[in-house]
Ligand binder design. Sequence first.
Ligand code: MN
Ligand code: MN
Length: 465
Amino acid sequence: MENKNVAAELEARLGYKKTNFYEKADEATVAAAYDYAKGYMAYLDAAKTERESVAVSIGMAEKEGYIPYTFGMELKAGGKYYYNNRGRSLYLFRVGSEDINNGIRIAAAHVDNPRLDVKQSPLYEDSGMAFFKTRYYGGIRKYQWVTIPLALHGVVVKQDGTVVNVVIGEDAGDPVLYINDLLPHLAQEQSKAPLGSAIPAENLNLLLGSRPYPGCEKDAIRLNILSILNEKYGITEEDFLSADLSAVPAAKACDVGLDRSLIGAYGHDDRVCAYPCMTALFGSDDATHTAMVILADKEEIGSDGNTGMQCEVMIDLMHEIAKALGGNPATVKANSKCLSADVTACFDPNFPEVYERRNVSMLNCGVAMSKYTGHGGKVATNDAPAEYVAWIRKIMAEGGVIWQAGDMGKTDVGGGGTVAKYIAKHNIETVDLGVPVLSMHAPIEVVSKADVYTAHQAFKVFFKA
Ligand code: MN
Ligand code: MN
């Protein structure tokens, strides 16, 4: 008995294991996590594309006193600003009372997510049905996107510059779009195909209708669709040439599980980090460091383009902020700290073979830090230095945040990247921290309310540290 107690004491003192939120949190904290989820779910429903996320986030920021920033503007301590990059990515920053040369605390999430984009010449009619051709955006598993209700979101920009906002399929009573699949009776061959090729990309055609325009002899259904779109939005077929239209799942965020401990929704990756980054920023006005939240676009397709994290605008902004506050841009970058706020894989007992149990993120064990992402031999990753990881450990411990270390899966099974490396390359200390997700990139992904709440707590501790 004596030896048993000594061993238990030694294990407690020397060993390490993950903490489950529900083992540690009191009732009030659990209630706070469930309550926090309500605001997050409202955000999910209001913001399904990067454009909608930026618009909704600006609305939230303005309520907190943030004002539009333009290059060259004077900045003052306590000032709250946002830089809206083309309505598709957003930089929120609050100037602290400390010397700007002490660096900026940056949390960077992304607000684009996998979906089906409408092609430039999308509309056609075949065998009594009208369709839109699509090009998938990001890493989707194509078989998941057939036979589910889809909504159409985005903008059509007319030649004269008029921007027409389109949302179809979200309001009660709205029609939805749909992608056909084969009936099992005739699917013997398709059923033998690997998942990745059973649904070819060119089969992802959005069903738009089947009713002909009266009196029209050829492609009457197509003409009827054009007539409906023209009546509702004032657009013509040529206007699709300059449009950003995407099909996304028509479903709203919902509680999953009889205990309501989980959230099912489209686009957790990466709104589940974007929203907590913002609530943390808004909840840390008393912090002394200058703080920044980045909501990036195009992460799912490689962070290219002028709204992705590879764009120099982040550095332009940091230089402008440094100059306006009398700092040295190089010093500001060298002393800045960043959390690359993106999701990671959550261990799924249905597929244990792809995870490495000792290093994967577990559900309800808190927001997950990934020292490295990438694939194979740490290829294409920012491998955060031990010193920075130790500092994160310290501030999380001091802030009482439940968090875990989380690797995506077995080393040679696959992999993934985040924006971390595009920020770290500017001489900014960076590590990945985000919420574990089940069924990542599926039309409906699942996260735990406990993990979402710990993300909010973690970002808040980071801004205040
Ligand atoms: Mn992501
Ligand atoms: Mn992703």
